[in-house]
Design a protein around this ligand. Structure first.
Ligand code: GLN
Length: 194
């Protein structure tokens, strides 16, 4: 089974570890550079992207993360994790950096105050069967994407799931549902990157 890390600095780490275990992966928490070296793929969880960014710098993980992404390691980011995978944030907070890798611009907290949290059925390319139950919590959307990206899902005209090579990002949180098809897709991406 592929060894897949979950970046365990802040956010819903435990839920991703459980979803990965249910998807046939061997999940590990990653907090240190040595732990990053030991995984074949990585999940960046939902949480607070500025906090995750600052902790990644403080823990000496930001440059190793960028190096692994450049070297082709598969990474899946949900919500705050999507923001961390974006090459550019439209409205970054001060001191907020990203790992980058996906040629896209994201807008943080994009769905507005009335819509801070909601659920919606989202049809997603690469996920067979009924639509995914999209749980959106102060979610970003994708403002624009470059030519190398593929939009896998959209909601109300905005891209909410994007893939570029071995990198996958969703605005929503499949780890908070009992449906592990997105994690299974990512586990398959890690397997085929071997
Ligand atoms: N709004 C958060 C951020 O900007 C993301 C929210 C989430 O991950 N649920 O980081």
């Amino acid at each position: 089974e592929p060894t897949i890390g979950v970046l365990a600095l802040q956010g819903d780490v435990r839920e991703h570890l459980a979803a990965l275990a249910a998807s046939g992966a061997g999940p590990r928490s990653v907090r240190r550079a040595e732990e990053l070296d030991a995984v074949e793929g990585l999940v960046i969880p939902g949480g607070e992207s500025t906090t995750i960014s600052k902790l990644a710098v403080a823990f000496g993980l930001m440059e190793p993360l960028r190096a692994r992404v450049r070297a082709g390691m598969p990474v899946y980011g949900s919500c705050a994790g999507m923001i961390l995978l974006a090459d550019k944030i439209l409205d970054p907070r001060s001191g907020q950096e990203t790992v980058g890798g996906i040629d896209m611009i994201v807008r943080r907290n994009a769905f507005g105050r009335q819509n801070e949290s909601f659920e919606a059925a989202v049809a997603m390319t690469g996920v067979d069967g009924p639509p995914v139950e999209g749980v959106f919590i102060r979610a970003p959307w994708v403002e624009s994407t470059g030519a190398a990206t593929e939009t896998l899902a959209a909601y109300e005209g905005h891209a909410v799931a994007v893939r570029q090579g071995a990198l996958l990002a969703t605005s929503f949180h499949p780890e908070l549902t009992g449906d592990h098809r997105v994690h299974a897709l990512f586990t398959e991406m890690v397997r085929s990157a071997r």
